[in-house]
Design a protein around this ligand. Structure first.
Ligand code: SAH
Length: 269
């Protein structure tokens, strides 16, 4: 008689994109994964309604920097995920936007796989796309752009491996100008002034720019100007993180707007 033994279940972590903020932008796959998790590790920018889909018995661990951890906590987060997965928990890592666009999702995936842990990824809507939606523009409108570049404005060596050369903003700007590419800059609030100066080496000062804060949320605000005034725009409108900066002719027509509310949401007082 042949006996079949049940294979031991492979430890697994699911990196789930929680989207840019609006909890209705979750995918059905994300909702299913959240509901079946026994342990959830939740990032800062994830809306509280997102983890309402979790089982009441699930353990929810907040691991975002704004939750008190410092940036050095990344190693701790990776260790914790691996530990829980290897202990047989169904681990879901909830990350803002898409889990593999910035935010170190790629590193987490590598680290877990290196330990024999299976990693599944569920895409989310990345902040740049939500920002374009809120502005009412197409990032790749064919009359103005052949494509789009998503770039980090966080050029600090602390946030990039030493093997990575610094970003050549002048070259990025020249390329965007010559090849007609829209720029979408993430994590650029702190460095906006320096970025502006560097981008002006390759893009005309009159290039339209928009900053979208809290894309997809009722608290969304956006402001438009031309590139030479980007630094002043941040100062004047007190735009703060989380925000993305969109640069390019796909914004033509929006320049005359100063600060505007979301087309799809009432702004909260
Ligand atoms: N994985 C995320 C990005 C993480 S990096 C994604 O795909 O969207 C964090 C940066 O994303 C922030 O500094 C900001 O530039 C941007 N961001 C995240 N949520 C945002 C939001 N609701 N509105 C505007 N920018 C946002």
């Amino acid at each position: 008689m042949t006996s079949f033994t049940q294979p031991a279940s492979v430890p697994k972590v699911t990196l789930v994109g929680a989207g840019p903020g609006d909890p209705e932008l979750l995918t059905l796959k994300a909702v299913k994964a959240i509901a079946s998790a026994t342990v959830l590790l939740v990032d800062d920018l994830v809306h509280p309604d997102v983890w309402q889909h979790a089982s009441p018995t699930a353990r929810i661990i907040h691991v975002g920097k704004r939750g008190g951890c410092q940036s050095t906590a990344q190693a701790f987060i990776e260790k914790l995920m691996a530990q829980e997965a290897l202990a047989g928990e169904n681990v879901v890592r909830l990350k803002g936007g898409d889990p593999l666009i910035f935010g170190r999702g790629g590193e987490e995936q590598q680290h877990l796989r290196a330990q024999g842990i299976q990693v599944d990824v569920i895409n989310g809507i990345t902040a740049g796309l939500a920002a374009a939606h809120d502005l009412g523009i197409a990032l790749t409108h064919r009359a103005h752009a052949h494509g789009v570049m998503m770039i980090t404005g966080h050029a600090s060596p602390l946030h990039a491996p030493s093997t990575m050369p610094a970003i050549d903003w002048s070259l990025i700007a020249q390329t965007a100008h010559r090849c007609r590419l829209t720029l979408v800059i993430y994590m650029g609030v702190q460095t906006a002034n320096a970025l502006t100066q560097a981008l002006l080496q390759g893009l005309p000062g009159h290039t339209p720019v928009a900053v979208v804060e809290n894309a997809s949320l009722p608290t969304q605000r956006h402001a438009c100007a031309c590139l030479s005034e980007l630094g002043a725009l941040f100062e004047r409108e007190q735009l703060a993180s989380p925000a993305v900066i969109v640069i390019g002719d796909v914004l033509l027509g929006l320049q005359n707007l100063a600060v505007a509310d979301s087309p799809n949401a009432a702004r909260q007082a």
